[in-house]
Design a protein around this ligand. Structure first.
Ligand code: AMP
Ligand code: MG
Length: 341
């Protein structure tokens, strides 16, 4: 298969929509990361998405829609909490899980009786969804296990020759995947943290819980978002997060850099980058703007892979607000290796 990489002109969006309607796959930009889309009501399209990504087929897809009303075609029950969140935060980086209607194929929901729904805040994504019939099943457009793509070139790196088209809309805006909230049970529960924070959700809904598997990955608690079970966001090099006072962190990392005979890299910030010597020093942005940091994270991990980096040392970030999502992705990339100094 030849993968076309095109700019999202009106004509190309129309062609992309035809590809989806005919059971093909199109990668597209959203405000979070690039998605790999297929027709959500076509079980063959969902099977093709799993095959292209090398993704286990019990890991469900998110159905992307272009208007809130479309959700009633997918969910058998849309609770009050759904309307509150969708009215306030859609389009946006928020995925809502509700009980599914029978017509949503099990291939799309990984065999679950619930469906994940999101309206992305990106004109190209919304244009593609409308052109493709209104219901686009899409996980992130990376090969399973690699960092999610924040540029069209990342998609091409992983999926060239395996999908029909890539719509190149430039760099995404946030860089980590959507917040996932399960509304299918009594208490709304965050299954995956993202740009829409727990605090924001609590402001709208009152009580909101975090899936216990998020705060204690070592526990036997089984994550409710099947995707959180798999090793995700993994660079090829061995990554450690060093946590503590900035000066002490830099001392420890410099020490490791001087001892190691391997190709090393440091993930640091504007405020701290001058403290490091040795290795490949990659600044993610300012600590005062976590959105900058999140946008650079996956990109930096891919750069390290391309450079053949074998050891990665990363600073940590406070796990509050959006920092919870940034640290969740960093911890997964590091296989939860944290060094306290
Ligand atoms: P991705 O966008 O590649 O991160 O993949 C979609 C994510 O949504 C995966 O982590 C899934 O586990 C999660 N997800 C999708 N549908 C459901 C659902 N019905 N219940 C729980 N998690 C879901
Ligand atoms: Mg993914």
């Amino acid at each position: 298969m030849i993968t076309e990489c095109v700019t999202p002109t009106e004509e190309n969006l129309r062609r992309a929509g035809e590809i989806l309607k005919n059971g093909g796959l199109v990668a597209f930009p959203t405000e979070t990361v690039y998605g790999l889309g297929g027709d959500a009501f076509n079980p063959d399209s969902s099977r093709k998405i799993y095959a292209a990504k090398g993704r286990p087929s019990d890991n469900p897809l998110i159905v992307h829609i272009a208007d809130k009303e479309s959700a009633s075609e997918l969910g058998s029950v849309l609770p009050e909490s759904f309307h509150l969140l969708a009215d306030e935060l859609w389009p946006g980086p928020l995925t809502l899980i509700v009980k599914k209607k029978a017509r949503v194929p099990e291939e799309t929901t990984g065999g679950l009786d619930t469906v994940a729904i999101r309206m992305p805040d990106h004109d190209v994504a919304l244009g593609l969804i409308r052109a493709g019939g209104g219901f686009v099943a899409a996980p992130s457009a990376n090969a399973s296990g690699r960092p999610s793509p924040t540029l069209a070139s990342h998609v091409a790196e992983d999926l060239n020759g395996r999908i029909d088209m890539i719509l190149d809309g430039g760099e995404v805006g946030i860089g980590v995947e959507s917040t996932i909230v399960d509304l299918s049970e009594d208490v709304p529960t965050i299954l995956r943290p993202g740009y829409i924070t727990k605090e924001r959700l609590e402001g709208l809904l009152g009580r909101v819980e975090l899936d216990p598997a998020l705060s204690d990955p070592g526990s036997s608690a089984r994550p409710k978002a099947p995707g959180m079970r798999y090793r995700h966001y993994a660079p090829k090099g061995r990554m450690s997060i060093v946590n503590g006072d900035a000066q002490a962190v830099a001392e420890r990392i410099n020490d490791e850099l001087s001892k190691s005979g391997k190709a090393c890299a440091v993930l640091c910030t504007e405020e701290t980058k001058s403290l490091y010597h040795g290795g490949l020093i990659r600044c993610l942005g300012s600590r005062s703007d976590l959105k900058q940091v999140s946008l650079q994270l996956y990109r930096a991990l891919r750069e390290f892979d391309a450079e053949g980096i074998e050891e990665i040392y990363a600073e940590s970030f406070p796990e509050e607000g959006f920092g919870l999502a940034v640290m969740n992705r960093m911890l997964k990339a590091a296989g939860y290796t944290v060094v306290e100094v």
